[in-house]
Each structure stands twice: as C-alpha cells, then as structure tokens.
Design a protein around this ligand. Structure first.
Ligand SMILES: Cc1cc2nc3c(=O)[nH]c(=O)nc-3n(C[C@H](O)[C@H](O)[C@H](O)COP(=O)(O)OP(=O)(O)OC[C@H]3O[C@@H](n4cnc5c(N)ncnc54)[C@H](O)[C@@H]3O)c2cc1C
Length: 497
C-alpha cells in the first residue's frame, strides 16, 4: 500500500551510500534528477571505504575482447554475456569518469614482500581463454585532492566531495530503508525508511536504486547460503542484507547467493570485524584443528579460501580447517605487523594500528608464544603428537628443499625454529556476491526474467560475479553499474501519481 503522507519527494532514491550508491547518485544527478541517498549508518563506513579499492583493467585496449572472452569462461554461465560485455566496456570508461571528478588512476602493485596475500593478475591463467591475456591493477592516486590513506576510502571520499557540491542531491545518514513501495501497476514508487525512530515515506517519481551491499553481518543468511561456518568479515557491520528481504517481498529474483570472496584471517572477540592478514617472511605454516598442514600456504588465491575451508568431514561432523592455526617464527614476528595496515573496518573505522613487531597483540593474548612445539600444542589445545610430527615433517621438506606434500615453492620453504608463535585464523569475507538478479541495464528482474519497473541495483548487492570471483572486479562494478543505474533511472518519465 502507498502511504498517504509523503515525507520527502524526489526523482531517484538511492539505498546505501558506498561506492555503488555514490556513483549512482552522481550519474542520476548529472542526468538532471533530484536524488535522495538513504544510508543506514550515522557515519558511513561502507565496505567501499574499508576496501583496498583496487580495480583490474586490461593492460591496453587491445586486450578488451580477450578479457570479455576470459570473463565469459570463468563466469561459467552464471551471468549473461551481454552483462559481462557491458562491464568491460564500462571499465574502459572509468578512468575518464574519475578524472572528471578530480581523481587519477595509477598502476598499483602489492609490496613484493607480501607472501600470504596471493593475487595473480590473471587468476586462472592456465585456461585457454587466458593465454597471452595481460591485465593490470589500478587504484586512485593519493593527491592533494584525494588525500586519504587507503584506496577505497579515497574513492568514496572523492564521490562524497562531488556529491556535496550538488544542490540536487540530499544525503540522509542514519536512515535505514525498510520497505519498497509498489503501486497498482507494479512500479516501485518509493521507500519506507526509519528516521529518528519514526517511519517515513520517501516518494521516488522516477526510480529506486538498491546499492545496500552484501550480508556479511547477517548470521542467519550466512548460515543459509554460505559455507563454511562460522564465517566473519573485514567490512562494514551495517551490511546485513536488508535489501535482500526488501526485494524478495516485492517479487524480485535472487542470484549468486552462495558466492563470496573469502580469505583466512584473525578474528578476535574484542572487535566485530576481522583483521586482514599479511605475512612478510616465509617462516610460517597453516595447520588444521588436528594439527595437520593442508595446503601450499603461499598459493591459495586470497578471495577463494572458502573453497578449501569448506571441506567438511562427515565422520567427525565438522569443518576441520575452521579455525586454522597460523604458526610462525621469530623472523615473521619481527619483520612487520602480521595484519595489513591499509584496509578493513578495523583500520578505517576503529583506527586500529597493529604493532610493528606484533608484541602488543602477544600481550593481549591474541597471539600465543611457546618455547617448543609441545608447549604450543598445549596452548592451542592441539594434539601434541600430530603437531610435533607435522612441524618435523615440514622442516624435513625445507631441508630437502622440496615440498613433496603440497608443492610450496622453494623460495618460500623455511624451516621453523623456536620460539614459535601462533594465532587462530577464520574464514573472513571481503564480501558476499548475492542479491537481486539484474540485467545489463542494472534493472532488477523478477523470477520470469522481466524487469520490475523503476527498480535498479548495482554493486555488491547482487554482484554480477556468480562463479569464481575475478580479482579486483567488485570495486569496478560498483562504479560501472552504479553509473548505468543512475543514468537509466534519471531518464525515466515521472510516475503518474
Ligand atoms: C577489506 C576489504 C578489501 C577489499 N578490497 C577490494 C579491492 O581491492 N578490489 C575490489 O574490487 N573489491 C574489494 N573489496 C570488495 C569491495 O570493496 C566491495 O565489493 C564494494 O566496495 C561494494 O560496494 P557497494 O557500494 O556495493 O557496497 P558497500 O560499500 O558495502 O555499501 C553499502 C552501503 O549500504 C548501507 N546499507 C545497508 N543496509 C542499508 C539499508 N537498509 N538502508 C540504507 N543503507 C543501507 C551500508 O551501511 C553501506 O554503507 C574489498 C572489501 C573489503 C571489506
């Protein structure tokens, strides 16, 4: 039912103020629409702000068609080819778009010392479609006009500064959207939101754009759609999948609900979000709950950890790798913080600075320390015999300079000597990919594949990536489909009242 009383009237309502919401609002405003952005958090600390903000591009335009073919292949039919093609075409427009807003892209390279955070530029370089493909990682340059310390924060603040200059954009913080409002013709004509404890109706004469992110902090949804369990997140605690229920209620189809980008990382009870791990020297191994090594620790693509972590042992009825224990040596401890300083909610919102020698985290009891392996096993409640055998075996492999168990490369084989350190690691989401199904024009679809009139979506809320995530494409899709959604909604004629 349409509420009789209209509290705010506008052309386009944008639900959620991350990068997708910001891009959608700018584009709708540029196309002449009045825009209201509804943001649940009082201080926006979206996943976009917490993110590294890295974006993958074809190295030059000559790789454009091959990149499309590669993405068709790795998507395995979970998204239509047209949408992927629109993504790649849109990608090539991003640099110019950022420039107009006052931001410049630059090539970004992770420091070579990063051993745990494995991100090849072409993830599945062995498939035929990848042969010869060259991609390059970019993020926004830190300049006087984009001064923020971290990549995602720079982009979000650039969008924010541009939006604040626009008289046709109103930003309502601390105002969560609760329901979508549909008229008799099935068109979406507004949103019911909560403002200062009261329910308000924001009428949208042209359309509503859903950019309210994923469900990284909704325990029920994670249990229902994702494996393994539990699973934590590096991002924004207000991402609780609200848009999923709102869209289900008005008959939208859902897609990619079981897909995710998940790494392995420390999660301590004192903080809601997890810390991104970053190991700078090779003296470390991962062991499971039984004290067994389970992989070449240096070559698991950092977004795809959910796959090996989802290994479930029916006999013991548990995920044996959840948690996994990181065991490391003095060199790893001393060389630098084991947590990445330039991304994550704990860095952006909580301003947590991990100590440079990890000593503060030892003092807090997050990292345990032991003189020998039996003592470490006791502290971690692991089977002593198994852990002793695992570390001895690993040290033998290092001595032989060949990991015949898991194929860890020679340059990363370093025997572990006392003292030993350990911390438990959990599956941790960069983000979920699920949400409302949409088409290449960013229109939300019903289960018959028909667009729901005047409803659009972009970004992590129903990401286009539905099989294995292609590194650093989530951030760029927020901008590409945010821009498309904003433009398309703004160009509609106003709803007949
Ligand atoms: C640590 C980290 C590093 C990452 N690094 C990269 C990277 O380098 N490259 C890459 O491609 N991707 C990366 N990602 C993923 C990427 O950042 C996200 O996929 C992307 O930023 C999502 O943007 P978004 O605008 O769709 O959603 P978000 O940025 O999450 O914004 C959603 C907003 O909606 C708000 N919201 C939620 N519910 C409601 C409601 N009911 N009403 C109103 N507002 C609501 C939320 O509070 C939030 O502000 C990273 C993620 C993390 C956490």
């Amino acid at each position: 039912m349409i509420p009789q009383m209209v509290d705010v009237e506008t052309d386009v309502v944008v639900v959620g103020y991350g990068a997708a919401g910001g891009a959608a609002a700018i584009s709708a405003s540029d196309n002449g629409a009045n825009v209201v952005i509804l943001e649940k958090s009082k201080v926006p600390t979206s996943n976009s702000r917490c993110s590294a903000g890295n974006q993958m591009y074809p190295k030059d335009a000559s790789f454009k068609e091959q990149y499309k073919k590669y993405l068709h292949a790795v998507s395995k039919g979970t998204v239509d080819k047209d949408t992927v093609d629109v993504f790649v075409e849109g990608l090539l427009k991003n640099p110019e778009w950022f420039k107009k807003l006052g931001g410049d892209l630059q090539v970004f390279r992770f420091p070579p010392a990063t051993i745990s955070l494995y991100i090849p530029s072409v993830t599945y370089s062995h498939i035929p479609e990848a042969k010869g493909l060259q991609l390059e990682l970019y993020n926004l340059k830190q300049t006087e006009t984009c001064p923020e310390h971290t990549g995602g924060d720079r982009v979000w603040n650039l969008l924010n500064r541009n939006l604040k200059k626009r008289s046709n954009v109103k930003i309502m913080l601390g105002t969560p959207a609760k329901e979508l409002v549909k008229n008799d013709k099935g068109e979406i004509v507004g949103v019911i939101a909560e403002s200062q404890g009261k329910s308000i109706f924001i009428k949208a004469k042209k359309g509503v754009i859903m950019t309210c992110g994923g469900f990284e902090f909704n325990e029920d949804m994670k249990r229902e759609y994702l494996t393994p369990n539990p699973i934590f997140s590096f991002g924004n605690p207000d991402n609780t999948g609200d848009g999923i229920k709102m869209c289900q209620k008005i008959g939208a189809d859902m897609w990619h609900m079981t897909k995710q980008a998940t790494y392995l990382a420390p999660k301590v009870p004192d903080y809601e979000a997890a810390f991104v791990i970053n190991l700078l020297a090779p003296g470390f191994v991962y062991v499971d709950k039984r004290g067994r090594r389970w992989a070449d620790e240096t070559h698991i693509e950092c977004h795809e950890f959910w796959l090996p972590l989802s290994d479930f042992e029916c006999e013991d009825f548990e995920y044996p790798r959840v948690p996994t224990y990181l065991i490391f040596d003095e060199e790893v401890k001393k060389i630098g913080p084991i947590s990445y300083a330039t991304m994550g909610y704990n860095v952006i919102a909580n301003k947590y600075i991990w100590s440079s020698d990890n000593q503060a985290e030892i003092k807090k009891g997050w990292i345990v320390q032991a003189k020998n392996i039996p003592e470490l096993a006791k502290k971690l409640s692991l089977d002593e015999k198994t852990l002793v055998a695992t570390i001895s075996r690993y040290n033998e492999l290092c001595k032989a300079n060949k990991d015949t168990d898991f194929g860890r490369p020679r340059e990363f084989l370093k025997a572990l000597e006392p003292p030993f350190y350990a911390i438990s690691l959990w599956p941790c989401l960069f983000n979920t990919q699920g949400g409302a199904r949409r088409d290449k024009d960013a229109r939300v679809l019903d289960p018959d594949g028909k667009p729901i009139p005047r409803l659009y979506a972009a970004g992590e809320f129903g990401s286009i990536w539905g099989f294995l995530y292609q590194t650093s494409t989530n951030f760029s899709e927020t901008i590409i489909f945010g821009r498309i959604a904003g433009e398309n909604a703004a160009q509609l004629s106003p709803v007949e009242s």
